[in-house]
Ligand binder design. Structure first.
Ligand SMILES: Cc1cc2nc3c(=O)[nH]c(=O)nc-3n(C[C@H](O)[C@H](O)[C@H](O)COP(=O)(O)OP(=O)(O)OC[C@H]3O[C@@H](n4cnc5c(N)ncnc54)[C@H](O)[C@@H]3O)c2cc1C
Length: 477
């Protein structure tokens, strides 16, 4: 049919959009343009000594829910079933998560019985927070910070320890700034629909149509909490790239888009430095702040809305130790901001995925650094050396996990502006963008972590939905 769709950004969102466009019964011509030499965006896996795998970005994908199932379906369609490393429901990495508070690790209660037991660092059994939740009236505001929502419904301790840590773990963000409506839409909706988050989650669980496959059934039967791929998660973007090329998608790397202009006939001209591309439709899967700088003057209101979606940086420090043992077995621990402004948490990679420990095996952990500590350093223009992050991470591993010997291997990466922040009122920015696109009938569709979910599953879904809109099977927005 001769239509050309240009997809901006070869992270997982842009790859997923291209994948679904290329599989349409009558596919348009698809060109995927990536600014760097590598596809995958923040998904990056590197090999270390003895072939150990070190994830510099995401390290586990959740199989739960409709989006988790769709990602597993994609994995099967790409022929990666045999590469999947699951964390089964009875595994310590599925059952145990910890908070580091008051200089000690505390296991978060699991199961119904855990709710009735004293569970430090909380002063009372969490049953009492649940009782408060069930009896608290529905909030009236169209949005609220995560902290305020949690404090109102579950009490100050759950807000300042559990939800504060969760926001740091998922968004590297501040629960006092992040929006409950946009960061945890299921909690917000549960309150709106059922007046109680607990009731809403209980009554709403398992709803909605789901895709099905042998891998999805296996994940459900074995109650996987998350999964990775044998060679690291970067195997997924690599397999997508191979698939796209085989389907005739043109994949350009090392070609940063430097501008978009609207031609008289309603086409786009996509500028790539020395050359340009013509497009009937553009799917943007670059961060909102990047797109805001690429848009032409006619789209200034859209550019403004996008420019107000901020992002924060995270320093990821991968450490490997020879002959060391962890004091506890679990997925990892989170650290509330009141305990340490800079250490977001530590992931015990070797517990969840020992298959990636290399030969001879060495204990792998990843320290995530960020929060107000890093923001202050960035705002001051301080020198952010690898040595600073290495020291900070080793100190955290020594004090929080007792890993006092120097690591045998260490990787330090500062990911600048890697996690978008859905701050209070984020939904209004999305509404403004959607309305502008619809009213001007611009042939532009937005996808990616900047909008409706930062998890890999959310990003893949955003790409799928963008493709569906372009192909006309769903309304644009
Ligand atoms: C440290 C870290 C840990 C994480 N852990 C997890 C986890 O365990 N589980 C999970 O589900 N999620 C996790 N996430 C979140 C998830 O990995 C990301 O949200 C997701 O990978 C973002 O994908 P994306 O395609 O939307 O964006 P990106 O990965 O940012 O991709 C955007 C792409 O656009 C390209 N680009 C930028 N500007 C231009 C331009 N001008 N022209 C052309 N191309 C351009 C970039 O080079 C990049 O490749 C983590 C994220 C980080 C940073």
């Amino acid at each position: 049919m001769g239509r050309t769709v240009v997809v901006l950004g070869g992270g997982i969102s842009g790859l997923a959009a291209s994948y679904h466009l290329s599989r349409a019964p009558c596919p348009p011509k698809v060109v995927l343009v990536e600014g760097s030499e590598r596809l995958g965006g923040w998904i990056r896996s590197v090999r270390g000594p003895g072939d150990a795998i070190f994830e510099l970005g995401p390290r586990g994908i959740r199989p739960a829910g409709a989006l988790g199932a769709r990602t597993l379906l994609l994995v099967s369609e790409l022929g990666l079933d045999s590469e999947v490393l699951p964390v089964r429901g009875d595994h310590p990495a599925a059952q145990n998560r910890f908070l580091y508070v008051g200089g000690a690790l505390h296991a978060l209660p699991s199961g119904l019985r855990g709710l009735f037991r004293p569970s430090p660092p909380f002063s009372k059994p969490l049953f009492w927070a649940g009782l408060k939740e069930l009896t608290t009236p529905r909030g009236k505001d169209p949005d609220e910070t995560v902290h305020s929502f949690a404090q109102r419904r579950l009490g100050p301790e759950v807000a300042s320890l559990a939800m504060d840590s969760l926001c740091r773990g998922v968004f590297a963000g501040n629960s006092r700034e992040l929006s409950i409506r946009s960061c945890f839409p299921s909690l917000f909706q549960a309150e709106q629909t059922h007046r109680s988050v607990l009731l809403g989650l209980l009554l709403g669980a398992g709803r909605g149509p789901q895709v099905d496959s042998a891998l999805i059934r296996r994940a459900r039967a074995e109650r996987w909490s998350q999964w990775s791929l044998r060679g690291g998660l970067e195997t997924l973007p690599q397999a997508l790239n191979t698939h796209l090329t085989s389907r005739g998608v043109r994949v350009l790397r090392g070609q940063p888009v430097c501008g978009l202009s609207l031609q008289a006939e309603g086409h786009w001209k996509v500028s790539l430095g020395d050359s340009s591309l013509e497009a009937d439709h553009v799917v943007s899967a670059v961060p909102a702040s990047v797109l805001s700088r690429l848009l032409p003057a006619q789209a200034a209101p859209l550019a403004h809305a996008l420019s107000t979606i901020p992002a924060v940086s995270v320093a990821v420090v991968n450490l490997q130790y020879r002959g060391a043992r962890l004091p506890v077995q679990g997925f990892g621990h989170l650290v509330p901001s009141s305990e340490d402004p800079g250490v977001l948490g530590i992931v015990y990679d070797s517990v969840a995925f020992p298959e990636q420990d290399g030969s001879p095996p060495g204990l792998r952990v990843t320290v995530m650094l960020g929060g107000s500590w890093l923001q202050t350093l960035e705002a001051r223009g301080s020198v952010l050396s690898q040595e600073l992050f290495r020291q900070q991470a080793q100190h955290a591993a020594a004090t929080q996990l007792g890993l006092k010997e120097p690591p045998s291997h260490c990787l330090v990466h500062l990911h600048k502006n890697c996690i978008p922040q859905y701050t209070l009122g984020h939904w209004q920015k999305l509404e403004a963008a959607t309305q502008f696109l619809a009213s001007r009938r611009l042939p532009l569709t937005l996808a990616g972590a900047s909008y409706e979910g930062v998890a890999v599953n959310d990003c893949i879904e955003s790409g799928r939905q963008a493709a569906a809109r372009v192909l006309g099977s769903e309304p644009n927005g």
